[in-house]
Design a protein around this ligand. Structure first.
Ligand SMILES: Nc1ncnc2c1ncn2[C@@H]1O[C@H](COP(=O)(O)OP(=O)(O)OP(=O)(O)O)[C@@H](O)[C@H]1O
Ligand SMILES: [Mg+2]
Length: 338
């Protein structure tokens, strides 16, 4: 994998050519003040929202202090706001390559659906994937370190669609041929995939031949697609053909060893077909709940105890927490009375 392959998968590089088969989106080049904000360390501070009332006398002192730290990029902020409106009021955000998928837990609605600029900034500032785009986009490239490339950073806002995750697939392309297709969310078992495996595969192959095979700038790449409804495939994203992209139900060993022919059916060590994972032609999918793998996004979640406390789901934890609070207050008031 070379830097040029990564650059060809940058959103603004592929979108103009394939927008007729993708989700409506806008690309906003990041000005320096916004880029500085994304790069800045320290505690997370969101820009002041339009509804903040800074004329309130009681808050003047506090506001002056806050203003020193509050990020300020009013021009870009109003562009983001207008673009959200233009795209129907709800958007899915990403930077040049990555969405803040690992930060979903921090959003108030527990999703990447953003309806105002601050929703977007909160996700971007909380995501390690976005930081990776900003700090080492070419890591893993054979020519990383040679001829440094100045990346023009961009905020991508995509019209929010209610994507049905069981209808998303990742397509592995080598020498302009599909060598494998994997269900995109491999930590779930979707019974409909097994029922529709022949149609799904055929439609993806037809779509690839008609729109992508001869036009994408590289011979090797990975394409994410969404089967929105029968005979309607959309491109969600392109990713470089290399270890930085998750091989999902495949392994990089298999993909590299395939010698441009479709990857064979997976076998367990004892030579039997892998439990719970099936392959029909090019399409690999989870056939039963035995094939479900752990969800890597759970690594990024808030600890379960916090979630239970927040939702009040576990009464015993709430009681323990209140008792701890009480003890600490008693201790503090005891200290003060000394
Ligand atoms: N416009 C949208 N509206 C709603 N959900 C979306 C939209 N675009 C993408 N998604 C959802 O978010 C997921 C991740 O999107 P995308 O592939 O663009 O992110 P990514 O960061 O490039 O992921 P990866 O690191 O796997 O390449 C998709 O699989 C899809 O479920
Ligand atoms: Mg991607």
């Amino acid at each position: 994998m070379k830097k040029q392959h990564v650059l060809n998968c940058m959103f603004s590089a592929w979108y103009p050519q394939f927008k007729h088969v993708s989700i409506k989106s806008k690309v906003l080049p990041c000005p320096k003040d916004f880029h500085d904000y994304l790069m800045s360390d320290g505690s997370l501070v969101l820009p002041q929202s339009d509804t903040d009332d800074s004329s309130d006398d009681e808050n003047v002192g506090e506001n002056n202090e806050r203003e020193a730290r509050v990020p300020h990029f009013p021009e870009f902020n109003s562009k983001v706001k207008d673009t959200i409106e233009e795209l129907g009021g709800n958007v899915f955000p990403k930077l040049n390559w990555s969405s803040p998928r690992d930060a979903t837990w921090i959003a108030f609605n527990g999703s990447l659906k953003c309806s105002c600029p601050n929703d977007v900034y909160l996700l971007l500032k909380s995501s390690d994937y976005v930081t990776h785009d900003l700090t080492k986009p070419f890591s893993g490239c054979a020519d990383d370190g040679q001829d440094s490339i100045e990346v023009q950073y961009e905020l991508v806002l995509r019209k929010w669609r209610n994507v049905i995750e069981g209808m998303e697939f990742r397509v592995f392309v080598r020498n302009r041929n599909i060598i494998g297709i994997s269900q995109r969310h491999y930590t779930n078992h979707y019974p409909h995939i097994d029922k529709m495996k022949v149609e799904i595969q055929q439609e993806i192959e037809d779509f690839f031949k008609e729109h992508i095979q001869q036009t994408f700038p590289d011979d090797n790449f990975i394409m994410d697609v969404y089967r929105r409804k029968e005979e309607c495939i959309l491109v969600i994203d392109f990713n470089p053909f290399g270890e930085s992209t998750d091989p999902l139900l495949y392994s990089w060993e298999e993909l590299h060893a395939s010698n441009d022919v479709p990857v064979a059916v997976p076998l367990a060590e004892d030579g039997d077909a892998c439990l719970g994972i099936a392959q029909c032609g090019l399409l690999r999918y989870v056939k039963s709940s035995l094939g479900i793998l752990p969800n890597p996004m759970h690594m990024h979640r808030m600890p379960q105890d916090f979630l239970d406390l927040r939702s009040g789901a576990d009464v015993n934890k709430l009681v323990d927490f209140l008792q701890m609070e009480r003890q600490s207050q008693d201790k503090n008031s005891g200290n003060k009375n000394k």
